[in-house]
Ligand binder design. Structure first.
Ligand code: HAM
Length: 410
């Protein structure tokens, strides 16, 4: 028996309905903030992601050569593609541009619970606003979108400037290696890297920075840095809105394009793979031939949010099984169509079952049976049976539709 590829999943109807409901809540929340949906291709030129996304992601990409000999890749994330699209088609739009997306991404990772090779992201990109208000808007929106789903989470907000200040004298390669350890919370790796590079003087300030729980402590470690006023304003805007977050200046982010404010969120009830959101301020457009526009955004790991929320009862719209004799089939098709026109789901037998077998099948799959025999066809009526209570009554088609529609959610 053929199996699905490792790290991918199939979704049965109940799960798809739950996923769609959560997805709809996310879209609606973003829409209320003025973010409009965009879509980019599933695959892109490899170059788009090798320019700035960072080593980690490059090793994880599904790369292939197309028939024209071009190096292509399935998208490992959406931000670079959205910024490419902005350079191609969006430069003339009034700024700031507020876009959102829901898209599947592909990373060749070691699959485990919450880590897949095909996974979905709901994300936003805010392009063209380089202000503390823009940084704060993205965090507030992230909080709103996650809250709309009901997931329980902790939000950590930081800024790269203090960490970069501590690492300022280092060669870019060393800086990246140390930030990669910080990103993975790899304390042993960090210590080894600092010893190897003769940088143990940084052990203590880096640890102290990660432990800061309010903004003023940060500047006791770094001194007065140029970004101070901006950082203070971002956090005071978040505080003014009662956003429940923790300042975290140990956030390094795995992708290489971030330039300023950064943030991450963690589901309270997940294990190792509990990070459900990552984002921040970045610059990418200039690499793709555009202006050096300031942007910020985030992506939510949709699948992890779904796992964290768990199963919940679906609000089930009633379903009607139309049961008929062979002679009444044409009338049954009309009746089914009338229910569907009224917005009610209706199914009709396709298995040439007898009336009894049709009713038994409807009892397993539907809430109501609408029975059409010789008498009903002649009288222009239907017999409506409530399959939960067993009660049945002959009535006009209009009355039957009204009765079923009254059960809006069974
Ligand atoms: P990221 O942190 O690489 O950021 O991914 C965002 C989220 O996608 C993660 O927090 C995680 O929940 C989810 N995720 C990542 N890899 C997997 C996987 N293998 N399986 C399941 N979920 C996964 C970005 O992608 C940036 N583009 C975010 C961004 C948007 N920054 C600015 N704008």
């Amino acid at each position: 028996m053929l199996q699905k590829p490792r790290g991918t999943r199939d979704f049965l109807p109940d799960e798809m309905e739950r996923r769609r409901l959560i997805e709809r809540r996310m879209r609606e929340a973003a829409r209320r903030w003025g973010y409009r949906e965009v879509s980019t291709p599933d695959f892109e030129h490899l170059e788009l992601f090798t320019m700035k996304s960072g080593e980690g992601i490059i090793q994880e990409m599904y790369v292939f050569e197309d028939k024209g000999g071009r190096q292509m890749t399935l998208r490992p994330e959406v931000t670079a593609a959205v910024l490419r699209m902005y350079v191609n088609e969006g430069k003339v739009l009034p700024k700031p541009i507020r876009w959102c997306y829901f898209a599947d991404c592909f990373r060749y990772e070691r699959p485990q619970k919450g880590r897949y090779r095909q996974f979905w992201q709901f994300g936003v990109e805010l392009i063209g606003a380089d202000t503390p208000s823009a940084d704060a808007e993205v965090v507030m929106l992230a909080d709103d979108v996650l809250r709309s789903t009901g997931v329980a989470f902790d939000l950590h907000v930081g800024h790269l400037a203090p960490m970069k200040h501590l690492l300022a004298d280092l060669a870019p390669g060393d800086q990246r290696a140390i930030m990669a350890c910080l990103d993975k919370h790899d304390t042993a790796g960090l210590e080894a890297a600092l010893v190897e590079k003769n940088l143990t003087r940084l052990t203590e300030p880096l640890a102290a920075l990660s432990e800061c729980r309010n903004v003023s402590e940060v500047f006791e470690i770094t001194g007065d840095i140029p970004e101070r006023a901006r950082i203070e304003e971002i956090f005071s805007l978040l505080d003014s809105q009662d956003i429940d977050y923790r300042p975290d200046f140990g956030i390094a982010r795995g992708l290489d394009y971030y330039t300023g404010m950064v943030f991450e969120g963690f589901a309270k009830n997940l294990g190792a793979e509990n990070q459900i959101i990552g984002g921040g301020a970045y610059r990418l457009a200039h690499l793709f031939g555009g202006d050096d526009v300031a942007s910020s955004g985030f992506a939510i790991g949709f699948d992890r949010v779904v796992v964290s929320i768990g199963d919940f009862p679906l609000v089930d719209e009633p379903i009607v099984g139309v049961v008929c004799t062979p002679e009444a089939r044409a009338r049954a098709l009309d009746v089914a169509r009338a229910f569907r026109s009224a917005g009610v789901r209706a199914e009709i037998d396709l298995m040439q079952r007898g009336m009894g077998a049709q009713v038994s099948h409807a009892a397993k799959t539907a809430d109501f049976a609408v029975i059409l025999g010789k008498r009903e066809v002649e009288a222009g009526t239907v017999t409506l049976r409530d399959l939960h209570s067993g009660k049945q009554q002959e009535r006009s088609l209009e009355d039957a539709i009204a009765e079923v529609a009254r059960h809006g959610s069974c």
